[in-house]
Each structure stands twice: as C-alpha cells, then as structure tokens.
Design a binder for this molecule. Structure first.
Ligand code: ADP
Ligand code: MG
Length: 506
C-alpha cells in the first residue's frame, strides 16, 4: 500500500514527510546530504547533464550562472528564467523541486498513495494554480492543497492530543514570507478564524538589512564602497544566523571581507535596529489579524512558531510585544508544515489506504478553512447623489467566510432592452467597493439575452467555494435561464495557459 506524504514547498527550504504505520507523521531526511538533513534548499542549478536541486545550487545563487532560487515568490506571475535560451517559468522550477522531494520520499516509502503540497495562506488564486500545475508536472497527483499555517496547526493539535482548547496563533516567518493565523481548537477539531500574510517579508529581507549595515560600516571605516564580490548575501545570511546565538560577530566570519585587512564588527543590537521597521510590519499584521478575529491578545493561549526566521531573538521579543507572552518553544520550526501536510493527505483520503492504527488517529481530526480573499463582482449601481450610474465592486464571498460555502446574490440589468451583461469575478485583500483597487480574476459576457425587456431584470450570481479552494462562479439571467459559468479551477493541466476555464451553458 502506498504512503501518504506531505510536501512543504518553501521559498527557501522544502521538506517532505510521510505517515508511518502508527499514524504519526515523520520527516524524511534528504539521503543526498549529510545525516540528519531534514530540509532541502528550494534551489535549482542547471548543469551540463541536467538540473540539480539542493544545497549545491543554493551555494551558487549569488554567482552569475544557472542557479535559481526564491522562485516561489513569483509563482503565477510572468517572470521567466533563462536557461540556455529556454525561458523557464517559476512553475517549471518548482516542478523540479517537487520532483526532488518526491524522489526523497520514494527513498523511504516505495510508493506514494496520496500527496499534499502546502501553500502560503495569502497566495493569490493564480499562484495556487501554478503550484498545482508544478505538482502535476512533477508527476504527483494532487487532490488537495493546504495552507501552510493550517498544516502547522494541524500537526500541533495532533501532537498535543486532546489537550488544546481555545485560540492559538500560528506565527510563520520563513525566508521569503510572513504568515500569521488565528485558529480555534477543541481537542482534535480545528478551525481557522483569520489568516493574513506579507508576501515579501522574511529572512531574505533580514539578510539584505545586514548586508546594508556591513556596507555602510565598511564605507565609513575605509572611505571606499564595499565590493559586492567581497561580501555576498550568502555571507550576510551566515552572519545573521551567528547573531542569533552571539551578541557580536565579525562580518564575513572566517572568510573575512575581501583580503582580510579590514575587520567589520557587528553587534546584535545594531542588526536588530536595522530590522526593526520590518518587525514593526509583522506586529501590525498580527494586530490586524487579532482585530479581524475579534480577539484580544490575552485571549490567545499560545503562539506557535513556524519557519527558520523565528530563531531570531528579536522575533521572539517582537512576539512578546504583540501577544504579551513568549512563544511556545519548539525545536522543529522547519518541519511543522510538512508534518501537518502528511496528516492532511491521510485526512482527506477516503480511508481505504489507511491501516487501523492510522485511521484511528486520523478519524478524530477535523479541519475547517476560511476564504482567503474577498471575492466579488463589478456591477452598475445608480448613485442617487450624482444621478449617475457607477461601476461598483460588490462582495459576494467575504474574506474569513468558512469554506466550503455557496453564496447567491441578486443583481439587476441597468438598461432597457439589454441583451448582454459583462460579468467579472474580482478578488481583493480588503473590503473594497472601488473597481480600480480590485483584481479582476475572470471576465466574460452573459449574452443572447431576450430583447425588449425593461431594465431591472434579475441576474443571479452564485459563488461556490469548495474545501479544496476552488471556486465556481455562476451568472444566471433568471427569466431566460441563460447562464455563464466560470470555473476557477486549481487543477491546472500542463501547457494550459491558465487553469481558469469557462464554458457557456444555454
Ligand atoms: P521558507 O518557508 O521560506 O522556505 P524557512 O522556514 O525554511 O523558509 O526559513 C528559512 C529562513 O530562516 C532563511 O532566511 C534562514 O536564513 C533563516 N534562518 C534559519 N536559521 C536561522 C537562525 N538560527 N537565525 C536566523 N535566521 C535563521
Ligand atoms: Mg515555510
């Protein structure tokens, strides 16, 4: 029987886990690295005989060449990467990382029954689709994806047995993104109450801040600009990690800077000052998320840490400032997401592939997710103040709405003898009525409507958002029953331009 596996496809590092015979998730170490290597850099290098994923590629990131990393930040976007004249997408590169994680999994489990890949909670629809397309390209059949903080929470609840009751915060600060979620847990049942993220705030920004600090000091001391070849971002990252355990370091460490004739010392305090504005942003987001949950900080039982950057002492201090308590010490901040994903793979299966011990442990758990954006439509609305018709974004599904859900709203035609209606699906992070500030994720036309009807004909709009985070949007002219359906499907096929397909039904 095949195994249930979970893949944390991280911006910086990826991890894979499987559900063991006893129903507990375990990390699978990368057999290509030294013993105990639980995570693999999400970096790809193109060598003459093909792509190689992992540490070697990560070490070469700063050099001009064929090594790529951090492409998760570009998922679903238009950026491409030139490899010997061929333009690769972030999806192509992620597929190579997923293939590697699959290979690591197969070194332990022989066969894969079901796999789940995780994504940040605030990933836009196209980035979700791109992730599924990457998994498909890597030859993994993915029926379910799960948000990273939800996966971490699921593992935490699993590990705590029946002990958790009340509200918890999942604080995930990795290499490229920050995510915070508030969850409500009753024993083995968990529900996401609110979830927010900052797309480009993580370890890389801290490395850059340290790099800048070192450059400034170097200039001050020598009167010369620091040669970027003498001190790289990779070195800045190593120095940053040293500063997590030491109060003072020499920049560049043993490698030193340049020929070693100049020594630049950095105190932890100076570095913390340099990243304070970034941490202030995370604090504001935590406060906004608490507000969205209608909770006060003291109603959060515990703050659970996820992600490598939570090892920074300044991050733990920042958490204390917001939540009024220290986070729970955990030693596997790098593994929580992948471990939760393997549990979710089993949880979402029909159970046929599970042994008795596994189904016993899994059957007690439930997870409820929420919509991660506001989804709406642009409608023409009469403004009584100006006497004019105006385009307005109307929300159909609210951010934070528990999913699966299906919401139907009525709209009306704005003109007499209107035989077609432009229909649009919008997405926004905030409650927004101005169409300028929302993203249109799909547009179509409901046409061939019967002529000669007065304005005010009912157009019924239904958005059905399923547990797997795909959404079907239906626009119906009620009288004639003409409809147009948009399937914002995550199951993107390889080579397809977009996973969003549309079809018209008479
Ligand atoms: P991602 O989810 O983006 O893949 P991870 O959770 O694996 O990221 O975290 C990677 C980040 O954690 C990197 O930026 C790395 O420099 C940082 N990191 C790892 N260990 C430490 C440490 N001891 N102190 C500070 N930062 C650390
Ligand atoms: Mg991560």
């Amino acid at each position: 029987m095949g195994a249930y596996i979970g893949i944390d496809l991280g911006t910086t590092f990826s991890a894979v886990s499987y559900l063991d015979e006893n129903g507990a998730p375990n990390i699978i170490d990368n057999p290509n690295r030294s013993a105990g290597d639980n995570i693999t850099p999400s970096c790809v290098e193109f060598q003459n005989d093909g792509p190689v994923v992992g540490q070697q590629a990560r070490a070469k990131l700063q050099l001009r060449g064929k090594a790529f990393g951090r492409f998760k930040r570009e998922m679903g976007g238009s950026k491409t990467y030139d490899v010997n004249g061929e333009q690769l997408t972030p999806t192509d590169l992620s597929a190579l990382v997923i293939s590697e994680m699959k290979k690591i999994a197969l070194s332990e489990v022989g066969e894969i029954e079901k796999a789940v890949v995780t994504i940040p909670a605030n990933f836009a629809n196209e980035a979700r689709e791109a992730t599924l397309a990457a998994a498909k390209k890597a030859g993994l059949q993915i029926d379910h994806i799960i948000n990273e903080p939800t996966a971490a929470a699921l593992y935490y609840a699993f590990q705590s047995g029946e002990d958790l009751h009340g509200h918890y915060a999942i604080y995930d600060l990795g290499g490229g993104t920050f995510d915070v979620s508030i969850i409500r847990v009753q024993g083995q049942d968990m529900e996401v109450v609110a979830s927010n993220g900052l797309h480009k705030l993580g370890g890389v920004e801290f490395d850059e801040a340290l790099f800048k600090l070192v450059s400034e000091k170097y200039l001050k001391e020598t009167g010369e600009a620091l040669d970027p070849l003498d001190y790289t971002l990779n070195q800045a990252e190593k120095d940053k990690i040293s500063l997590s355990t030491r109060s003072k370091i020499v920049a560049g460490g043993d490698d030193e800077i340049g020929d070693g004739s100049v020594t630049i010392q950095i105190r932890r305090q100076e570095f913390e000052q340099a990243i304070s504005a970034l941490l202030a942003q995370t604090e504001m987001l935590c406060e906004a998320t608490l507000e969205e949950s209608k909770l006060k900080a003291d109603q959060i039982n515990q703050v659970i840490l996820v992600g490598g950057s939570t090892r920074l002492p300044a991050v733990r201090e920042s958490i204390k400032r917001v939540f009024g308590k220290s986070p729970v010490p955990v030693d596997n901040v790098d593994e929580m997401v992948a471990l939760g994903a393997a549990l979710y793979a089993a949880l979402k299966s029909d159970g046929a592939g599970l042994n008795t011990a596994q189904s016993d442990r899994i059957s007690k758990m439930t997870v409820s997710e929420i919509a991660n954006h506001y989804f709406g439509t642009i409608a023409t609305v009469h403004n009584p103040n100006t006497g004019q018709d105006e385009q307005q974004n109307s929300i159909v599904i609210k951010k934070g709405e528990r999913i699966p859900c299906s919401v139907t709203e009525e709209f009306f035609t704005a003109r007499d003898n209107q035989t077609s209606v432009d229909v649009r699906v919008t997405q926004a992070g905030r409650l927004e009525t101005d169409p300028q500030f929302v993203k249109i994720i799909w547009e179509g036309v409901l046409d061939d409507l019967p002529p000669n009807r007065p304005m005010g004909q009912t157009i019924e709009i239904t958005y059905a958002y399923d547990a797997n985070q795909t959404m079907q949007c239906t626009f119906v002219d009620v009288k004639s029953q003409k409809k147009v359906v948009a399937n914002l499907s995550l199951a993107a096929g390889e080579g397809e331009e977009s996973a969003i397909d549309q079809f018209l039904v008479d």
